[in-house]
Design a protein around this ligand. Structure first.
Ligand SMILES: Cc1cc2nc3c(=O)[nH]c(=O)nc-3n(C[C@H](O)[C@H](O)[C@H](O)COP(=O)(O)OP(=O)(O)OC[C@H]3O[C@@H](n4cnc5c(N)ncnc54)[C@H](O)[C@@H]3O)c2cc1C
Length: 428
């Protein structure tokens, strides 16, 4: 592998790195951008995404940020004849509570929502929901995309604009007059010199930051999904992405409950589980598959090269997530006793800050930048994140939220205290 001299080296070709490279090459017209990844593009965390998007967030900043990203997704969908299958079914937030004023108060005023508080109307409009659901908030600006197709589309645009990619593992970074990146590939070593380095390494962003002498305040939390063939046709194919807003108990039999309580590792399953179990049909109107998720895990992990190691730890997830979803989508109940024969169980790391906001901007004052901590929102936010990162690098105008989504917010004690005190961090 030959040594190379480039203006900008982007480390990581997931959603974050590809989007940063796209805006650098296509919008900012940078001619010397190298995208480096030890894996195939979009094959690590970005391959695990549910690819859902929404502008519903408990804080104005994240709403503005994701609205900008959805604007860009809309633009790219128009430009590409919707090569990445963007849909707009919205998000359904369902609750058994009588009073949704607290939930509604958290939704910024200019988000387009419909509130349904008549149970018979809810059953007509969303027939899969349990009869005890008393209120539904429907968020209009939400849906899903095919992230892999979007990634491929952006890579083509990067290539056409002169950007290049390199498969290799960045093992060390030194800084003299320029950055020197030691890269290994297939046992061969080379050095890439770059004026600017962009750290888009996803769950390994803290490692790359350490190579640059910076500690990033991020943690990795493994979250899982299942997808299965819904051979019972339990979920209507036109059901929007639906979320249970209520915490819940999992409906064990007395015998099961007492067994769980006796096992210190499983005892928590007999207790109250957090809100947020969710379900959506996958594969369009003619498809048969559905996806279920529930980001209840809170345990931090060291990121692993092979994510299958993590999956092995939580064999109980498929049953838990089906039980959780059946509590608000009752037609899923039969799958508790007779699990679907064709299903896949997968997961990946939510790389996140305590406040669940991303880190996008300068890493130091000598030409290193970061675009990371995209948690469970990297598919929906990558366009705005990439555009923002490119604007930081090129000195372009920043949106109002630019500073708050950068490392600069770590010096804003008042904002951090407000965010960390909030019980709802928009984690799904
Ligand atoms: C189960 C699950 C469901 C999700 N669902 C959604 C969803 O519905 N909607 C949504 O918006 N988001 C969702 N997300 C979040 C989204 O997938 C992530 O935020 C996003 O993929 C992060 O992208 P990334 O580019 O930062 O990281 P990654 O995709 O992990 O990319 C980082 C890349 O850096 C490379 N790399 C790291 N270190 C080095 C090195 N030293 N040298 C070379 N290369 C290196 C890696 O090989 C990797 O390819 C979900 C995430 C998970 C885990």
């Amino acid at each position: 592998m030959a040594n190379q001299d480039v203006e900008i080296a982007v480390i990581g070709a997931g959603f974050a790195g590809i989007a940063a490279a796209y805006y650098l090459c296509v919008e900012q017209k940078k001619k010397s951008v190298l995208l480096i990844d030890s894996r195939q593009p979009m094959s690590y965390t970005s391959a695990q995404s549910g690819d859902n998007y929404r502008n519903w967030w408990p804080h104005r900043t994240m709403t503005d940020f994701t609205n900008d990203s959805i604007d860009e997704l809309d633009r790219l969908a128009r430009e590409s004849d919707n090569v990445f299958n963007m849909t707009r079914g919205g998000y359904v937030l369902a609750t058994r509570q009588n009073d949704v004023s607290k939930i509604a108060a958290e939704i910024p005023g200019d988000i387009d929502v419909d509130v349904y508080d008549d149970q018979s109307q809810i059953q007509l409009k969303f027939p899969a929901l349990a009869a005890k659901i008393k209120n539904v908030i429907h968020i209009s600006r939400g849906g899903d995309i095919s992230g892999q197709q979007l990634g491929q589309y952006m890579l083509e645009k990067i290539r056409a604009a002169g950007g290049r990619k390199l498969q290799g593992d960045v093992t060390a970074i030194e800084r003299e007059s320029k950055y020197s990146l030691n890269v290994t590939s297939g046992g061969e070593a080379s050095v890439i010199s770059a004026d600017i380095v962009v750290n888009a390494a996803g769950p390994f962003a803290d490692r790359i930051a350490r190579m640059l002498g910076v500690e990033l305040p991020v943690k990795n939390i493994y979250q899982q999904k299942i997808a299965f063939e819904d051979h019972l046709n339990a979920i209507p194919r036109d059901m929007p992405f639906s979320i249970d807003l209520d915490s819940k108990y999992l409906g064990w039999s007395e015998e099961e409950r007492s067994m769980l309580i006796e096992d210190p590792d499983l005892e928590w399953l007999a207790g109250e589980l957090p809100p947020g179990s969710h379900c959506r049909p996958d594969g369009g109107a003619q498809g048969k598959w559905v996806k279920l998720g529930w980001a209840y895990n809170k345990r931090h992990s060291e990121s692993q090269e092979d994510m299958a190691n993590e999956k092995a730890i939580d064999q109980s997830f498929p049953e838990i997530v089906i039980r959780g979803a059946a509590a608000f989508l009752p037609a899923l109940h039969p799958y508790i006793e007779a699990p679907p024969p064709r299903f896949s169980h997968y997961g990946g790391y939510y790389t996140m800050t305590e406040e669940n906001w991303p880190l996008i901007g300068p890493l130091d004052d000598s030409g290193a930048f970061v675009i990371a901590a995209l948690s469970g929102f990297g598919s929906m936010a990558s366009c705005a994140a990439g555009k923002l990162c490119a604007a930081h690098i090129c000195g372009g105008p920043l949106p109002d939220y630019g500073a708050d989504l950068s490392l600069a917010r770590l010096t804003n004690a008042e904002l951090l205290a407000e965010l960390n005190a909030s019980t709802n961090k928009g984690l799904l």
